[in-house]
Design a protein around this ligand. Structure first.
Ligand SMILES: *[C@@H]1O[C@H](CO)[C@@H](O)[C@H](O)[C@H]1NC(C)=O
Ligand SMILES: *[C@@H]1O[C@H](CO)[C@@H](O)[C@H](O)[C@H]1NC(C)=O
Ligand SMILES: *[C@@H]1O[C@H](CO)[C@@H](O)[C@H](O)[C@H]1NC(C)=O
Ligand SMILES: *[C@@H]1O[C@H](CO)[C@@H](O)[C@H](O)[C@H]1NC(C)=O
Length: 328
């Protein structure tokens, strides 16, 4: 190719990119300038609200931001859960990226993975998946790829020691005859009352059919996201609120060492099964998954912040376990 032709081509490329920029400017009022799918923007009481393709398909201020698939792609999911389809994994073929993204569409308009800008959005996904990875891992000290590469190895408890039917709830969430409520899912659900509550929220009859969770990865992820996005009790923060900083601790919270951050998400999800017990393995395992995923997603574990925010070793639980709480 001659030097002249190269110059002409170069000139055309420049012209093309100028016209692309100009087009972008034209649409700026209606469309988010950077992202691919068209966004519908409305001002509601002076606040910008958006609808953005199927992934964020409800008018919401969160849908004006990037959606999860904009910053968390298939190859990243594959990196995080690289061993899940290996022959020794217990749920090989079950979990996939598509199920994760489809499930998230229910919660992105509510702020799941769409709050606070790209950096916080990525951190929240790493945090949520950190819980998921550690709760579904079959990694052990000498596992190939290291113990943290084995998240999403299970989709259910393999040798349940009981049927997890609590008769205390026989009026609200009666156990279905012959049905067992052992741990299933991405943040494993145990007990009739938890299946009942989550089933109600997702409008799926999980009380009579808890097995749906081990048959449907989208539903399993939705159930996990629901737990992340909702408080255990009214007046308490959800794990999401504690993580992204929506939650403002009270004086009592501060006295109980509960501060916004990853540590408190463990307090919310597991209470004193994991927290307020000092530096125990089950807690450190969850933290390690979170940090590992931050590294793999290119954020870097140093961005997780100081150790006080990561740990719940000395946090008093929001809900002390006098009665059986969600366990594992
Ligand atoms: C947004 O951009 C697309 C193409 O870039 C355009 O077709 C559409 O009219 C714009 N406006 C809205 C409100 O979607
Ligand atoms: C959307 O992202 C921006 C930064 O890009 C952030 O300031 C804003 O808070 C986010 N919107 C919501 C509703 O979280
Ligand atoms: C799996 O669950 C999702 C979410 O509840 C639902 O939309 C889908 O139809 C289910 N798939 C099957 C095969 O039942
Ligand atoms: C703070 O804690 C004390 C003692 O644990 C309790 O009696 C009080 O109700 C709590 N206050 C709030 C606002 O939760």
């Amino acid at each position: 190719m001659s030097a002249l032709k190269m110059k002409v081509l170069g000139f055309m490329v420049i012209m093309l990119s100028i016209s692309a920029i100009a087009k972008g400017d034209e649409n700026e009022n209606e469309n988010e300038s950077s992202s691919k799918p068209p966004i519908l923007v409305k001002m509601v009481k002076g606040k910008k609200m958006c609808v953005k393709d199927w992934e964020c398909n409800v008018l919401s201020r969160f849908c004006c931001n990037l959606t999860i698939s904009d910053f968390f792609e298939t190859y990243q999911f594959e990196n995080l859960f690289s061993k899940r389809n290996s022959p020794v994994a217990h749920s090989a073929g079950f979990w996939d990226y598509k199920s994760f993204i489809i499930a998230s569409a229910l919660f992105q308009p509510l702020g799941f993975g769409t709050t606070g800008g790209k950096f916080m959005q990525m951190k929240e996904i790493a945090a949520f998946l950190g819980h998921v990875g550690s709760k579904t891992s079959c990694g052990y000290g000498v596992a190939t790829g290291g113990p943290l590469a084995w998240g999403l190895c299970y989709n259910k408890e393999l040798s349940p020691s009981q049927d997890y039917c609590d008769d205390y709830f026989k009026l609200t969430y009666p156990c279905s005859p012959g049905v067992e409520y052992y741990g299933r899912g991405a943040l494993p659900i145990y007990w009739n009352y938890n299946y009942g509550k989550i089933g109600e929220a997702l409008k799926v009859d999980l009380l009579n059919h808890p097995e749906y969770i081990e048959q449907n990865a989208t539903l399993a992820f939705q159930a996990a996201m629901w737990q992340w996005m909702n408080p255990v009790k009214k007046g308490q923060p959800s794990a999401h609120d504690a993580f992204v900083g929506n939650w403002k601790p009270t004086k009592n919270d501060t006295l109980s060492k509960r501060v916004p951050g990853f540590g408190t998400t463990m307090n919310i999800l597991y209470g004193d099964n994991v927290c307020n017990q000092g530096d125990i393995d089950s807690m450190n395992n969850i933290i390690s998954h979170y940090l590992y995923y931050l590294d793999l997603m290119g954020i870097g574990r140093e961005e997780a912040g100081p150790h006080e925010l990561l740990t719940c070793a000395e946090q008093k639980p929001f809900n002390p376990s006098s009665s059986p709480a969600a366990s594992s």
